[in-house]
Design a protein around this ligand. Structure first.
Ligand SMILES: [Zn+2]
Length: 218
């Protein structure tokens, strides 16, 4: 059973853009809650955190549901109806949407389904898929790619992905170095992952709020 620790009402300012990516998710959550988010993260699993109501009531949307609604995925009709009528949930949706739209490419996705595994041995890569203009991903300059937030990586080899996912253009970014940005005794973390790259025509940036965890391979 999930405890609702989100008690006191607070207005929800849009987080300032000067924050680092790593701190941004915590800041975002902290602004909607009245308790110490670091303590909460230490005492709860990522699943519980992501599925805990953000607002006053037990019907209020969780981080997962806020993300799903903003990303255009289906959520339960009951939750959708609640969000239409609840000020707090609408604020959370607006805040997430403004975060999402501040700098980042809308058609691009880091394929994760909110879950990225980092095998301790074996292949380490991120999958990007593009639902927008074709030819975007093939313009990426591999050595310019950097990943920040929950995962740290830079410089990669780009390979076409065998799987189609949702987009019509999908690639794997294979990194030489690919680290979970957490102490070695921490197996999983929920945070932003951002990918930045130069392309032949400009720059690409994309960020997703995901759960990342270490996993033994085999
Ligand atoms: Zn609500």
């Amino acid at each position: 059973m999930i405890r609702n620790l989100f008690r006191r009402k607070k207005t929800l300012p849009v987080p300032p853009v000067s924050l680092t990516d790593g701190a941004r998710a915590r800041q975002f959550l902290q602004q909607q809650t009245s308790f110490d988010i670091d303590e909460f993260l230490a005492s709860q699993t990522a699943d519980e955190l992501f599925n805990c109501p953000l607002g006053w009531t037990a019907d209020c949307l969780s981080v997962n549901q806020v993300a799903e609604l903003v990303e255009g995925r289906r959520i339960e009709p009951v939750a959708r109806r609640h969000a239409a009528l609840c000020d707090e949930c609408r604020q959370a949706l607006r805040a997430y949407e403004s975060l999402k739209n501040t700098h980042w490419a809308n058609d691009l996705m880091i394929v994760a389904s909110h879950r990225i595994r980092i095998p301790e041995e074996g292949p380490r890569y991120l999958v990007l898929t593009n639902r927008g203009q074709s030819g975007t991903l093939e313009q990426i300059l591999p050595e310019s790619v950097t990943v920040e937030g929950a995962i740290l990586a830079s410089g990669c080899v780009i390979r076409p992905s065998a799987r189609r996912y949702d987009g019509f253009e999908t690639v794997e970014l294979h990194f030489k170095q690919f680290e979970l940005n957490a102490p070695s005794d921490v197996k999983e973390i929920c945070d932003w992952v951002s990918v930045e790259a130069k392309t032949r025509g400009g720059k690409l940036r994309k960020r997703e709020f995901v759960r990342v965890f270490r996993e033994s391979y085999g």
